[in-house]
Write a protein that binds this ligand. Structure first.
Ligand code: ADP
Ligand code: MG
Length: 625
């Protein structure tokens, strides 16, 4: 029998196909199963317009059979089959899609399920097989034909015997080589896993003969071998079901089956969008932070399906970084896939979907914050830091999306409050939103700098995350109220009447100048404090960089020498002030000692390292002696 040649282009194409289009070999199974599903769908669509043809769903299935002995893997279906001519045209001409033609002929519009369109998927079989044999009997015919090919040099077609309508694709699996293991495609567990991964939501049953052992019924302790036919795929995608039919448990089971996480998700969002872009999605907000979440290893993304077939494991473009904790999937018929169906050709639809998803997540979080505060705080405990990074990164481009989702610990409420809650109860005369930064709530509570603000009855937000102050600098102001650190130079608080008498005297100015001289290079200024009530000293800062930011920046690898402009503030109502004045008048050495001590104390309160701890302890001993 004469061998027919592939058309020249087809030959080159086929070589390309086999060697370079797909990144993963295992997808050949996805492609062949998709073809079988299309073939069954075609009978289904035919039956819609043909009264003679009745479509009984139970009669239609796909079967995957591996035989290690003959090294064959067979995909059989009860679909529409192919005539001799169709075998020639569809399998003999690369990039010719009988399925695309079928869709056009039958004017199938949106909502159809047919997957094929490029006319190349079939050839992916040659990635794993030396010989591919197709035996097919078309609907409405008594004749069957066999198509066979060993790859690029052509194919044969001859008459064959086949009892039932449908198609068998028989692959002679390649022998293992030094680098490549092909045996895996004959292993039941591997085939099952590949089917689950890509084809779980194919609408027809994908069956396999499963071998196993089970306890013998009549003889205790003994086992018997068994073989039974099992359906591997779940078939009905949960996202195509009606929301009202689904319970929380259904969603939770889906979350676990898909291994999105091991926790119980806090929330799910089920989207069925049919506006500018048609898609279904199920999104989850996990409860716990994945162990690698705040590391480079963590990969964000949603599963992407086209017509129920998995295209991408983790499509990163579907999620902004600041919502990278979201898990779940998107299924759309509207995607224009590239030829390998592993990627998208251009991303207009994807961009639309991503935009849509972003706003859904945001409104979900907002309503949680409003109506389920406890749940939201759990979420915030796990992923709040990510939201704050989101505010800070991209030069604050996303602050408007995120600022209303932020929470900070409040001095007044002793719990987390939102910026809106803070601003809405600000007293009339309060100019700024105050915050204090430190390692922990306990430490911040003891900061001398908070005294003045708290004394006025104003609320302070406590920043305990490294990122907090950086994020707030990006927001700058909220509802027209600027943020102010309690350590900043100008607090916008008028001095109380009783303090007005304590106007700094000229003599005091000299004292401060002398102290500044003693601390030159360490502080920018020394002055009388307006914020201290009971503590003798504290540090404040001038300019944008705060002490907490200095700490964060200097802890970074390859950090530049960054220093906040520090001001040493002295409480002129405190008794140490008198001691300073006395020293200034009588004993310059004592003044130097006191100044150094006070400065070091202020550093300690801030959690900053002392330049010379030994000197500091010696100084204390000097005083005690
Ligand atoms: P596509 O599925 O994108 O059309 P393929 O290369 O996977 O491209 O398949 C080419 C064509 O071969 C299909 O369009 C279809 O007409 C035909 N075909 C492939 N497999 C089968 C099958 N199992 N049953 C019937 N027709 C098939
Ligand atoms: Mg195909």
């Amino acid at each position: 029998m004469a061998k027919k040649q592939f058309q020249a282009e087809s030959k080159r194409l086929l070589e390309m196909m086999i060697n370079s289009i797909y990144t993963q070999r295992e997808i050949f199974l996805r492609e062949l199963i998709s073809n079988s599903s299309d073939a069954i769908d075609k009978i289904y669509y035919r039956a819609l317009s043909d009264d003679q043809l009745v479509f009984n769903k139970e009669d239609y299935y796909i079967k995957v059979t591996a035989d290690k002995e003959s090294r064959t893997l067979t995909i059989s279906d009860t679909g529409i089959g192919m005539t001799q001519e169709e075998l020639e045209n569809n399998l003999g001409v690369i990039a010719k899609s009988g399925s695309l033609a079928f869709k056009k002929e039958n004017e199938l519009k949106d909502g159809h399920n047919i997957i094929g369109q490029f006319g190349v998927g079939f050839y992916s079989a040659f990635m794993v097989a030396d010989v591919v044999t197709v035996i097919s009997k078309p609907l409405g015919s008594d004749e069957a034909f066999k198509w066979e090919s060993e790859g690029a040099d052509g194919y044969t077609i001859e008459k064959a015997e086949k009892a039932t309508v449908g198609t068998d694709i028989i692959m002679k699996i390649k022998d293992n080589t030094e680098d490549d293991n092909y045996d895996e495609f004959l292993e039941e567990y591997r085939l099952r896993a590949i089917i689950k991964k890509y084809s779980d939501f194919i609408r027809y049953p994908i069956k396999m003969d499963v071998k196993g052992q089970r306890p013998k019924e009549d003889a205790e302790g003994e086992f018997e071998e068994y073989q039974e036919e099992q359906t591997i795929n779940s078939m009905v995608p949960i996202w195509r079901k009606n929301k009202s039919e689904l319970t929380d448990e259904d969603y939770h089971n889906f979350y676990m089956e898909k291994r999105y996480g091991f926790d119980k998700p806090l929330k799910h969002v089920h989207i069925s969008a049919d506006g500018a872009v048609v898609y279904n999605a199920i999104l989850f907000i996990p409860e716990h932070t994945p162990f690698d979440y705040y590391s480079k290893e963590y990969e964000k993304g949603l599963e992407l399906y086209s017509n129920g077939v998995l295209i991408m494991d983790k499509c990163a473009d579907l999620l902004p970084d600041y919502f990278s904790f979201v898990k779940g999937m998107v299924d759309s018929e509207d995607l224009s896939l590239n030829i390998s169906r592993e990627m998208l050709q251009h991303d207009r639809q994807l961009k639309l979907i991503a935009k849509n998803i972003k706003s859904k997540i945001k409104s979900q979080l907002q309503s949680m914050l409003k109506d389920e505060r406890e749940q939201y705080e759990k979420f915030y405990g796990s992923f709040g830091r990510q939201l704050k990074y989101g505010v800070y990164s991209d030069y604050g481009a996303n602050k408007d999306v995120l600022q209303d989702l932020l929470l900070f610990h409040s001095s007044k409420e002793k719990k987390l409050v939102s910026l809106d809650e803070y601003v809405s109860r600000m007293p009339e005369d309060q100019k700024y939103i105050y915050y204090a930064a430190g390692d922990s709530i306990e430490r911040i509570e003891k900061l001398p700098q908070t005294e003045g603000v708290l004394d006025k009855g104003y609320e302070i937000l406590y920043f305990t995350d490294d990122i907090d102050e950086f994020a707030i600098k990006m927001i700058m102001s909220y509802k027209e109220k600027e943020f102010r650190s309690v350590s900043s130079g100008d607090l916008g608080i008028e001095a109380d009447e009783k303090d007005k008498d304590n106007k700094v005297q000229d003599a005091d100015k000299e004292l401060f100048a002398a102290m500044k001289e003693l601390l030159s290079g360490k502080v920018k200024d020394v002055k009388a404090s307006k914020r201290l009530k009971s503590h003798p000293v504290c540090l404040s800062t001038e300019g944008e960089l705060s002490i907490e930011m200095e700490k964060v920046l200097s802890a970074m690898p390859n950090s530049q020498e960054v220093k906040a402009d520090k001001v040493l503030e002295i409480n002129v109502n405190h008794e140490v002030f008198q001691a300073l004045k006395n020293a200034q008048a009588s004993d310059k050495e004592k003044l130097a000692l006191y100044t150094s001590l006070l400065f070091n104390q202020a550093l300690l309160i801030e959690g900053l390292p002392l330049q010379d701890p030994v000197e500091f302890t010696n100084d204390i001993c000097k005083i005690m002696a």
